[in-house]
Design a protein around this ligand. Sequence first.
Ligand code: GLY
Length: 352
Amino acid sequence: MTTVTVRASQTYDVTIGRGLLATVGRTAAACFRGRTAAIVSDTNVAPRYLEAVADSLKGEGFRVCSFVFPAGEEHKNGSTYLNLLEFLAQEHITRADGLIALGGGVVGDLTGFAAATFLRGIPFVQLPTTLLAAVDASVGGKTAIDLRGGKNLAGAFYQPKAVLCALDPLAPLPAETFADGCAEVIKYGMIGDAGLLNTLETIDLRADPEGVTARCIAHKRDLVEQDEFDTGARQLLNLGHTIGHGAEACSGYQISHGKAVAIGMTLVPRGAVAAGLCPPEVLPRLEALLARYHLPTATDYAAADLYEKTLSDKKRAGDTLSLVVPTAWGKSVLHPLPVGQLLPWIERGLGQ
Ligand code: GLY
């Protein structure tokens, strides 16, 4: 078992290890003053793990209720969010009670946003069940839902009271879902950990999920502690995301988040190589690493469509976009890019 402590506007532990689903009751008892815990989950995860989590909570004397919504990014929307708030009101949840986010990034983002806004804020615990949610989405307090205009456009910075990264649900993940998390792991390497990249080139990530997860979370902790509200260094975590979000939107959210990030992670450095900002040898090595983890390195979307969808990115300030650009193997920087230069950059990234 490994613990990483995050010291942001809330201080909390991220615990990584096996057997943690059975300990959620104890964690909730330490985090919630009240005696009701509402579990939020989706139709993929609830049939596997909800009962075990509910039993753990009941074992600590909690009244347990649960809200289960259809799985998929397309349900991380205003309608599911309002249904969840109405459910919490019907269950008479108070500020002393708390929410348990049991699932992947969609569940965590939605639950966190409900926790941030219901009664102007109630406590919540993250229980990620995918690699992607464990290494990224569950830590750092970004909560959100999607709007028709783009991904994560309504949300709040709201830290959880605790994060339990239970490794047991990661082993049976479908290969595609596991690959989504690998994209985020490779992202941490490209931001600033060449050693992690070198390791990923030789080991299978499934061989050491605890070590790799803890290493990624420690990187995220460092950036969140420097810049909780995402005005500077934390934006490095968006490597591959700015154009990746554009690719996700182009697909109507049918491309998974990890695959979209992988597309963004190769498209941006291709543009950077063409602009002389990144040595050319980084690119084939990165493409090979992504391919090793069954991730795409190209897209058929037209440059104009990607550009259009990328414009709604939250990191745009007026006419400037903060693009995360790799400048070496295991090193990336924030590169302010005038919006007028984005389309040519995407075109170069697509090899046009
Ligand atoms: N997922 C990026 C961040 O938390 O800042």
